[in-house]
Ligand binder design. Structure first.
Ligand code: ADP
Length: 339
């Protein structure tokens, strides 16, 4: 009931703002009218129009001046209201972020404890577990893992917004990370592992400074997405190419593809663009792009030949000066999506 009233008064207020804008515009249009009347006066030689002291001219000038003053008042009033509305939106968005951060924080520890207990039961540390019990432990573990991933994404998002996402940079062999990412993404399941085809030879590919866990997190995220959004077209290709001053990692699938109008917005937090009934919060790509930028690289998506998408992610071989003295990065760009 209360919510309804708020929405109603919001709508009334925006109607009022639009009305005031219209009045302001109408009053301002007196100025060109004044110029027009003056010109007509000059051309036709009518002194009471054209002469600076003419009664009609003075009258029109007075109307135009008061119109301008009123318009100025209305515009600054409207700007003030918009500013206040914007502050309220920002506050609401901050409250939402802080609420999500707190929930994620509170959930992280019990989830970790539950996971440890389940692992111990699986390894039969509390006594023998028959096949039925192993099956149900397996299901519970998968659900807890999924929930843990969501919680970690929310925590990372909070850190990025607060500018406190920390990175540990060190010399890194990217090829090793690709292998690790393939194992993590397939969670030890051969059927999932077999979907991923590694195109590049696994020779050493060193970069001067990278955060290993964050690079793995990014590649795993791209591989999981490829799997999630192309269930009917199994092949997923993982590749890495030497592009001179940087390496380019790519993950290609033959699935849904992404229309041009969504190719940028999917990188915004809490933004999804799929009709599939698959779970997700729309955070993975936003976090991944942030990680790419933190390394001085880029992350973007292109169409795959035929069908599907190719996500490309660059990592410079040497760390640029711009990134070399900081390992804390700025917040997400402001977004009102889904607010
Ligand atoms: P989530 O997968 O949890 O929704 P992401 O941030 O990883 O969040 O992805 C954002 C959106 O981008 C997805 O909801 C989906 O619409 C789109 N997307 C990501 N990867 C792919 C892909 N490989 N193929 C098609 N769409 C994709």
């Amino acid at each position: 009931m209360k919510r309804k009233r708020v929405e109603f008064s919001d709508r009334k207020e925006s109607k009022e703002i639009i009305r005031q804008f219209e009045i302001a515009m109408a009053l301002m249009s007196v100025i060109p009218l004044l110029g027009f009347v003056y010109l007509v006066g000059r051309i036709s030689g009518l002194s009471y129009f054209a002469e600076p002291g003419g009664i009609v001219t003075l009258f029109i000038i007075a109307v135009a001046l008061s119109g301008m003053l009123l318009a100025r008042f209305l515009v600054s009033n409207v700007v003030g209201r918009l500013g206040r509305a914007n502050d309220e939106l920002r506050k609401a968005s901050e409250m939402k972020s802080s609420f999500l951060r707190n929930v994620a924080h509170e959930a992280a520890t019990p989830l970790a404890t539950t996971r440890n207990h389940l692992e111990a039961m699986k390894d039969e540390l509390y006594g023998p577990a028959g096949p039925e019990m192993q099956k149900s432990i397996g299901v519970s573990l998968r659900q807890v893992t999924r929930l843990t991933r969501i919680i970690h994404d929310l925590l990372d998002t909070g850190r990025i917004e607060a500018g406190t996402l920390h990175m540990e940079f060190e010399p890194t062999d990217l090829s090793l990370l690709l292998k690790e990412a393939m194992e993590t993404a397939s969670e030890g399941l051969p059927a999932r592992r077999d979907r991923i085809r590694l195109l590049a030879e696994l020779q050493p590919r060193w970069v001067e400074s990278a955060d290993r866990d964050r690079i793995v997190q990014t590649v795993v995220n791209l591989l999981r997405n490829a799997e999630k959004y192309s269930p009917e077209n199994p092949e997923i290709e993982l590749d890495v190419q030497d592009r001179g001053s940087q390496y380019e990692i790519s993950v290609a699938d033959h699935g849904d593809g992404i229309p041009d109008e969504a190719k940028e917005i999917i990188f915004e937090p809490f933004t999804r663009h799929t009709s599939r009934k698959v779970g997700g919060l729309g955070l993975g790509l936003a976090i991944s792009r942030h990680i790419a930028h933190a390394h001085g690289g880029r992350l973007w998506v292109e169409d795959n030949e035929g069908s599907g998408s190719v996500f490309k992610f660059t990592v410079p071989k040497q760390r640029s000066q711009e990134n070399s003295d900081q390992n804390v990065f700025p917040a997400f760009p402001p977004s009102n999506r889904n607010d």
